[in-house]
Structure formats: C-alpha cells, structure tokens
Design a protein around this ligand. Structure first.
Ligand code: 5AD
Ligand code: SF4
Length: 479
C-alpha cells in the first residue's frame, strides 16, 4: 500500500469520545444485567430501516451498540421495549411511510408508556421535520440525525434515566466514527461504508443537506474491515458511499478509489467486491481498467445517469453530458465483455419535456441496462429544483410507466441472453415462498432460483433454464 499521510485527526470523532460512549454502553449493560439478576428478561429492541444501504449499514451499527448493551432483538414493535426507526428523506413517499408507521405506534405507547420510541436518520436531521415530530408525534422519546449516530449510547441512556424527549440533530459537516461495534444482518453479504456525505449538490437531492460533506475513511481502516470480513467467511462485500469515485478526494493523499479496489483485490480468499454508488462525472477509464483486471471485482456497475437529456442533466447540476456518459459505457463494454449495467433514473424533473424524456428512453435503449431503479421526481424543501417549474403528476406518472415498460422488456432480453449458459451463483438462502428452491445471485447481482437445499454462502455452477424480467430459473450443474 502506498504511504498514507497521517489523516487529519479533526475529521474523526476523537478516541476519548468513543471511549466515553463505551462507558454508556457499559451503564446500559449493567441495567440489563441487573434485570437478569432479578429474574427479569433483558430489554428487547425492534429496529427497522427505511431507505438506502447506507442506512442499513447504520442500523447494523446501532444494533451492534444495542447488542453490547445486552439487548435482545425482535421483529415485533408490540413485544419490544425499544422501537427504533432509521428514516429516509430522499422522497416524500419515504417520509410519508415513516409518519404512517410512527403514527401507528401511538396507541401502543398509551398502553405501554415505558416503551421507548426512537427515530433517527436523514428525516430527523431536517429541523422542520424534527419540529413536526415533536409537535404531532408526542409519543416519540428520542430523535437523532446521522451525525449523532456515535452518540446513541449516551442519548439512549439519557432517555432511560431522565425521561422526556431527547433530541440530537445539530447541523454538522459530519465526522468519521471508527471502533463502534456492529451486528451484521447477513452472514454471507456485508456492507462496508468507505465514505459518508456528498459534495455534489444535485439540485433535486436532499442528501448533501442532511449527511454533510464528503469524508473518506482511512484506507487502512477500510482494508482492515474488509480483511476481517473475508476471514469471517463473508463472500460478497459491497463498498458504500454516496459517490465512491471521489473516495479520498477530501484527503491530502495520493490515493483514489481504484487504488482501494486494487488493494482489496490483492487480498486472498473466496469473495466478490461490489460498490455503490458511482457518480458518472468521477467514474474514470482507470476504474474500468481496474475492474477488468480484477480477480474479485464484480462486473456489475451501478452508474446512475438520472436523465438522458443534456438540458435536464445541466439543470440537475450533474456535470456530465449524455455523450460523456455513453463514452464511458462504450469503453466498459469493450473492456469487460460480460459487464452488467444498472442505473437510477428520475422522471418528471421540473420542466422536463416530452423530447427530454424521449432522450432518456433512447439512452436506456442504447445502454441496454440489465436493470433500473426508476423514480418519480419528488420536490424536497430547501433544494433548488423544488423552486423550479413543476410538471403535472399525470405526465410524471405516464412517463414513469413508459420507462418501466421499456426496462421490463430490456431486463427480460438481458436475462434471455443468459439462458443455456452456466453462471457462478452465490447462494443467499432458501426461497421464502417455495422452500424447495434456493435463492442466489450471479456475479452481475441477478436473482436466480434453483431447486435444492444449499447453505447460504455456497458457490455453485448453475445452468440458466428460463428468463423473466425479474430474474432467472436454473438448475445446479455442479456443486
Ligand atoms: N426525487 C426523486 N428521486 C430522487 N433521487 C434522489 N433525490 C430524488 C428526488 N428528490 C433518486 C436519484 C438517486 C436515488 C438514490 O434516488 O435517482 O440516485
Ligand atoms: Fe444526491 Fe447527487 Fe449526492 Fe447522489 S451525488 S447523494 S444524487 S447530491
């Protein structure tokens, strides 16, 4: 590994502060131990995540802290002593879902006033939302934003000892907190956050306003975590960041995301590494070359284009053109013959015309994505696009359906091209609906069902027999 300069201490939550949080973890643990000693059960937590993988990973950290405090876990808010929702602010729909779910807990809190209800994540970081929750959802005991994640032990202890609502959502550019515990959801697939925050300020997006500025973790810390995961038997590791291609841009070091990928790729073991999300303006040919040369690097690239119209891309402040994007896609297709592309697209951005939308459809046809995450534009208060000229909901809905229909056809065609081939598939578990089937993922992250009973984490050669737009059916050709 290249020499990495000592990273600025000020970007990290000081070690003393982390140790102080461990003291609160111990205090909560003593509380639980005392319960057990007096013949009662330990406290039970029910945590739920809304939104992206970054949030999933944050909840795993919260669960790690709770586990160290001696909490047990349940899926049912009714039987939990602590109910915690990690919220998402990216679209209005996500926020409404949280309001609905929190509102439904009010009667439960009435019958069980000792139940603690906590809300955290991106919604809570917005002062106006926190105020609404305080005034309309008075049964909530603890509110904290993403910047206060590492203070969860202290804040929870305050709730348990002082009662009354605790709020911790001060604005911040954000810091990096290392050395907190984690309780991972899965034994096969793991998330590793390599950076937080975003500097891009796409005009539709609330993320930079709630998650602060880009800050990269020390490459050594990331490598250590990935190594530990591989040694613990994890087979599929996803590196997370709002814009992984600007990894280390915020540090005074000669090191970038491709360097990190190369160092991870050099590790021994049976594992695959993926990453998300890439911003096309920072995705380089060097990145594609690194993936092409890798032994452990997935050939699936998620590269959100958002729109196929240069006019809209400009209004979105994306800082690349349709042609820049297509050039990179063409390069990747040349270098990686089995590359799998997915993307995010927003339809109905302010002022989007039929012609702009047709440009998006044409781009989707040209790239032939394997899959798309499609979103109807949702105005977010405080972002520039919310002040632009909006387009009617029926137009947005109509375009959304047309885009989904097109992608459905393309996904089917992409999967059909794999019929008759043998794919390396990682078993992710037994199918929930039909236990005679296993679920698995190809290197390109495509869903495959196949008969058999194999433990999660097994790698198999699976022949693809039938294709659908959602995935494929296959049969094991070699265990
Ligand atoms: N409305 C609709 N979609 C949005 N996204 C981000 N902000 C908005 C918004 N205001 C989408 C983008 C991004 C994905 C995570 O969510 O496509 O890539
Ligand atoms: Fe939002 Fe753009 Fe940052 Fe992604 S890159 S989090 S879309 S502002």
């Amino acid at each position: 590994m290249k020499e990495v300069l000592l990273l600025e201490k000020s970007r990290h939550v000081p070690a003393e502060e982390i140790l102080r949080q461990w003291d609160f973890i111990r205090l909560m643990r003593e509380e639980n131990d005392a319960r057990i000693a007096s013949g009662r059960l330990p406290l039970v937590a029910c945590t739920r995540t809304f939104g992206c993988q970054q949030n999933e990973n944050d909840t795993e950290r919260i669960n790690g802290m709770l586990e160290q405090m001696g909490f047990d876990f349940t899926d049912s808010p009714e039987s939990a002593d602590l109910v915690l929702f990690n919220t998402c602010a990216i679209r209005d729909h996500a926020e409404q879902k949280v309001y609905g779910t929190v509102g439904a807990l009010a009667p439960l809190k009435k019958t069980a006033p000792d139940k603690i209800i906590a809300l955290c994540g991106c919604m809570v970081q917005q002062p106006a939302v926190a105020r609404t929750i305080r005034s309309k959802y008075r049964h909530v005991d603890l509110l904290f934003g993403p910047h206060a994640l590492h203070r969860f032990p202290e804040n929870l202890y305050r709730v348990y000892t002082k009662r009354g609502c605790v709020i911790d959502n001060e604005p911040s550019d954000g810091m990096i907190a290392e050395d907190l515990p984690i309780r991972r959801e899965d034994k096969t697939r793991a998330w590793v956050t390599i950076m937080s925050g975003c500097n891009n300020f796409c005009t539709y997006c609330i993320v930079p306003h709630v998650r602060g500025r880009e800050r990269s973790r020390d490459p050594k810390a990331v490598l250590r975590e990935v190594k530990e995961l591989i040694e613990a038997g994890y087979r599929d590791i996803t590196l997370l960041g709002q814009n992984v291609n600007s990894y280390c841009n915020d540090l005074e070091i000669d090191y970038d995301f491709s360097d990190l990928l190369r160092e991870i790729d050099a590790l021994d073991g049976d594992f695959t590494v993926r990453f998300m999300t890439s911003h096309p303006k920072d995705a380089s040919e060097k990145l594609i070359d690194t993936i092409a040369a890798g032994r452990h690097l997935s050939h699936h690239i998620h590269l959100p284009v958002q729109s196929g119209s240069d006019r809209i891309l400009n209004l979105m402040n994306r800082r690349y053109t349709r042609e820049d994007y297509l050039k990179l896609i063409r390069y990747a297709k040349e270098r990686i013959s089995d590359v799998v592309f997915t993307s995010d697209i927003i339809v109905g951005f302010p002022t989007e015309t039929e012609e702009d939308f047709e440009d998006t459809l044409a781009l989707v046809r040209e790239v032939e994505y394997d899959g798309l995450y499609t979103f109807i534009y949702s105005p977010r208060k405080g972002t520039p696009a919310a002040e632009m000229e909006q387009i009617p909901d029926e137009v947005k809905g109509n375009r959304y359906r047309r885009l989904c229909d097109l992608q459905s056809e393309l996904s089917l065609q992409a999967n059909q091209r794999l019929v008759g081939t043998v794919q390396t598939v990682l078993v992710t578990g037994i199918n929930e609906k039909d236990p005679s089937l296993c679920d698995g993922r190809t290197d390109g992250n495509k869903l495959v069902h196949f008969p058999g009973n194999y433990p999660a984490g097994t790698t198999l050669s699976v022949r693809i027999d039938r294709a659908f737009n959602w995935g494929m059916l296959g049969s094991v050709s070699e265990a």
